[in-house]
Design a binder for this molecule. Structure first.
Ligand code: ZN
Length: 433
């Protein structure tokens, strides 16, 4: 990719189309982490294994995957440990459904999938859509393979004739009404894991464990007047993961500083981040320590590096909704298409402070991008993200940002085409220093 920063609509449209590819290749967190690594390897990054020794890092570009998480970094040829690391953080998981044990169920001639609810999806948005299954299968020899089906399942909504109040209040029972159909016949002669095994080219009898989720089968697409909108599943938070990958690829070879540029993609944000591949786990701290040890940094130099480092934590935020204006702050009203958002919360649901706000505005200016701010209506609870967790764990100065979207946690979310590209450009400016 060229290292210029075109602000033209063409750049933004191409970026959105590339994001549609990225989302299609990333139906589960495991696929997203693998796709981050695949793209970066294609751009010359070296894939490392956590259980092996790592090479001398100076001048190198590396990526490591831990389950559904990935961390990648680019080291200048003459790195200065005390200059710290510029981390761009995001998450690979999205709300939806996850296969239960004994997942092949059904009744009355229908085949169904036994699923749990993962995170906080807008359940109604998952109705009447064709869904894929995707995730990780662990086999009898301990190896794991990624597998994804095409359109396979659907949660059919009850007809209006059978529920005359559906338009006034749609009540969905989290167990009874969320088990998707995927075929017809007897459960004894069916195996939903076999559908994944066939896609992966393995024998289903070899499967010993699985982490498998649902994803919207429809491809991301632009629409609206002048094509200003982009809709896709999992924009929360693949829009940020993708921006980070694009930015790191572009900045990796020739950034100006002596700092290290790093992308950190965590799993399990939607369920609290408290896992070995989540932001509250040790993954990032482990990678930073190994990186600094390999540069010969002692404990004091490592603490100096932490003090000089930054984390830009990127996750989606709420655009003002024209039909629900009362839900938003009456003055601070970010809208699709007017740039990335800086997220602010007095109660530290977001990690942004004055120093972070000032730094972010500098990176936006360096990229030639105009940003917006987000703050909650005082009577509407604020969400949170990986920013405060990272700041608390490592003490790194952190700023929470993202793009404004509508339909957050819907099976298909809505973003502005220009914001997606603007976020990637600011991330690139940040990496470059
Ligand atoms: Zn998110």
């Amino acid at each position: 990719m060229p290292s210029s920063s075109p602000s033209s609509a063409t750049g933004a449209v191409a970026h959105a189309d590339d994001l549609a590819d990225f989302v299609a290749s990333s139906p589960s967190s495991f696929h997203a982490a693998a796709e981050v690594a695949r793209r970066l390897e294609e751009a010359g990054f070296i894939r490392l294994d956590e259980s092996e020794g790592w090479p001398a890092p100076a001048g190198g570009k590396f990526v490591v995957v831990r389950d559904g998480a990935a961390i990648a970094w680019a080291v200048p040829s003459t790195p200065r440990v005390a200059s710290g690391v510029r981390i761009f953080g995001a998450h690979s998981d999205s709300p939806g459904f996850k296969l239960k044990p004994k997942p092949t169920t059904g009744r009355l001639g229908w085949l169904q999938a036994g699923v749990e609810i993962y995170g906080g999806p807008l359940l109604n948005s998952w109705l009447d859509r064709e869904l894929r299954l995707a995730g990780r299968l662990v086999l009898d020899d301990g190896s794991s393979v990624l597998a994804a089906t095409g359109p396979l399942l659907r949660l059919p909504q009850l007809a209006i004739h059978l529920d005359r109040e559906a338009n006034d209040r749609l009540a969905l029972d989290k167990q009874a009404h969320t088990q998707p159909v995927w075929g017809l016949g007897e459960t004894e002669s069916a195996d939903i894991l076999g559908e994944l095994a066939r896609e992966a080219g393995i024998d289903a009898a070899r499967i010993r464990g699985y982490d498998v989720v649902t994803a919207d089968a429809a491809r991301g697409a632009t629409f609206g007047r002048d094509g200003v909108f982009f809709a896709a599943g999992r924009l929360d938070d693949l829009a940020s993961v993708h921006a980070g990958v694009v930015a790191l690829e572009r900045a990796a070879d020739d950034h100006d500083g002596d700092h290290i540029a790093m992308l950190a993609v965590f799993d399990h944000e939607e369920v609290g981040s408290g896992t070995r591949s989540g932001a509250a786990g040790p993954f990032l701290a482990d990678v930073l320590e190994r990186l600094w040890l390999s540069l010969g940094a002692d404990r004091e130099e490592q603490l100096r590096a932490l003090a000089a480092s930054w984390c830009v934590s990127s996750d989606v935020g709420h655009s003002v909704h024209p039909n629900y204006a009362e839900k938003h702050d009456p003055v601070v009203q970010p809208v699709l298409g007017s740039g990335p958002i800086l997220k602010i919360n007095a109660n530290q649901r977001y990690a942004t402070d004055a120093a972070g706000a000032a730094a972010w505005s500098g990176w936006c200016a360096a990229a030639g991008v105009t940003g917006q701010e987000f703050v909650s209506h005082n009577s509407v609870p604020c969400g949170s993200t990986i920013g405060p967790i990272t700041a608390t764990r490592l003490g790194i100065r952190t700023v929470d940002v993202g793009i404004p979207i509508l339909s957050m946690h819907s099976a298909r979310e809505l973003a502005g085409v220009s914001d997606l590209w603007d976020l990637a450009r600011v991330a690139e400016a940040y990496f470059r220093g």
